[in-house]
Design a protein around this ligand. Structure first.
Ligand code: NZQ
Ligand code: ZN
Length: 390
């Protein structure tokens, strides 16, 4: 097991009614925030009213940035920075899913920088200062509520980049599962696939020595497998929504990656798809790519990890030959995503043609590809996975 640091600085208030803690917590940092939200769901389901009431009780003023699109985009970041400066806010409050949170977190880091925000987003320039970030989560998926990352797209450049800094961790996150009751089936399914993928990315390593991290990962994977169908059947199933929400936060806050030499694989490939095809939902792309990636990387070297996955996560009969356990585990993963109504091909996910695959293959990890202890990836490997997924 490798050395690591663990410090999660986000104070999370989990459960129904926890919004009551928002105002007094913001008050400890500032008296005026930029309120960032999406394209209307929080107005329709009452979350907006609950937030405004809570801000009012604590005497917190706010300016608003509504309309954040899925897959947060650079122009919204630029507009948010402008509003923060204009209204001289002391913090940023995001109310929504991962796209809203990512946009707000990035705005908070760009306000103090006079140059082009893309310099920071693309990590060519280091973030130096952040406004405090507060979040109210309405969709269990990205894990942005408890991580130090954001994903921002510039559709003109066809770039969807992961950006981050330790200072990007939200100070406070309100996690009320009832706020996710109105999430439509498509996004419940896509969010569950995203959580599943966040756990898989650091789980698939050749090193088996980080036993604690791997067993936590398996428990989280089983949580998604157990509760995603329940949330699809009954969107107001509190137990299902609550377990998915907490799994979303724990999946990507680095807990399951501790003590491991990890390298994410599938996310970078998916991000290139969203960068060219804006209509492809992140979790939908992951659901298509993940089983294909698994088949592609299955080898003599990686077989033991797939066997562990098959036995501990999917409960496959240990008496079967190892290769059969591995193949069955991949098939079960594919069937799980299908059972949630997720497509099995990129074409069905909204990728209409394969003409950009060469460009996308290079963008995922650069022309040199990337070292990865589980399986190194060249641009050609990425190209192959895209084609097999098509
Ligand atoms: O815009 P509104 O009206 O809010 O509607 C949203 C949006 O249409 C809707 N929604 C959210 N909460 C709802 C709701 N509808 C009804 N009731 C509710 N309670 O859901 C739609 C999708 O929202 P979005 O925020 O885009 O989804 P998600 O949370 O999956 O976020 C996706 C983004 O997160 C990034 C992805 O790349 C993508 O851009 N990621 C961020 C990560 C991070 N910060 O660490 C890691 C992830 O791997 C991921 O890449
Ligand atoms: Zn993701």
């Amino acid at each position: 097991m490798e050395n690591f640091t663990y410090a999660i600085g986000t104070r999370s208030y989990f459960g129904e009614g926890q919004i009551k803690n928002l105002g007094r917590n913001i008050r400890q940092y500032c008296a005026r925030v930029l309120l960032v939200y999406g394209q209307g769901s929080i107005k329709r389901n009452g979350v907006y009213d609950a937030v405004i009431e809570e801000l009012g009780k604590s005497g917190i003023n706010f300016a608003e940035l509504p309309g954040i699109e899925p897959n947060a985009k650079l122009p919204d970041v630029i507009e948010g920075v402008r509003l923060c400066r204009l209204h001289q806010v002391g913090g940023v409050l995001a109310v929504g899913g991962g796209s809203v949170l990512d946009c707000a977190k990035t705005i908070a880091g760009c306000v103090a920088y006079e140059g082009d925000p893309w310099d920071l987003i693309s990590m060519q320039v280091r973030y130096t200062k952040f406004l405090p970030i507060f979040t109210v989560l309405t969709l269990a998926a990205a894990g942005s509520e408890m991580d130090a990352l954001a994903v921002i797209s510039d559709m003109n450049r066809h770039d969807k980049l992961i950006t981050g800094s330790n200072m990007m961790l939200p100070k406070v996150s309100i996690l009320d599962p009832t706020y996710t009751f109105t999430v439509p089936p498509k996004h419940t399914a896509a969010g569950s696939a995203d959580i599943f993928s966040h756990i898989c990315e650091p789980y698939f390593t050749v090193d088996e020595s980080a036993y604690v991290s791997d067993r936590i990962a398996e428990a989280l994977l089983k949580t998604v497998i157990h509760y995603a169908p329940a949330a699809m059947d009954d969107p107001t199933d509190y137990e299902a929504r609550a377990n998915l929400m907490w799994a979303s936060s724990l999946a990507v806050n680095t807990l399951t990656a501790k003590g491991k030499d990890i390298g994410w694989s599938v996310h970078e490939i998916e991000h290139t798809i969203s960068a060219y095809y804006d209509d492809v939902t992140h979790g939908v792309g992951l659901a298509v790519l993940t089983p294909v990636w698994m088949e592609y990387v299955l080898s003599e070297k990686t077989l033991p990890r797939f066997v562990t996955f098959g036995l501990n996560v999917w409960g496959i009969d240990a008496a079967l030959p190892p290769i059969e356990i591995a193949r069955l585990s991949i098939e079960k993963t594919r069937r799980f995503f299908s059972s949630l109504g997720l497509p099995e091909t990129l074409r069905k996910a909204g990728v209409s043609e394969d003409k950009y695959f060469d460009e996308m293959a290079v963008k995922a990890y650069g022309p040199e590809g990337r070292a990865n202890s589980f399986m190194p990836f060249s641009a050609e490997d990425v190209r192959n996975i895209l084609q097999k997924s098509f």
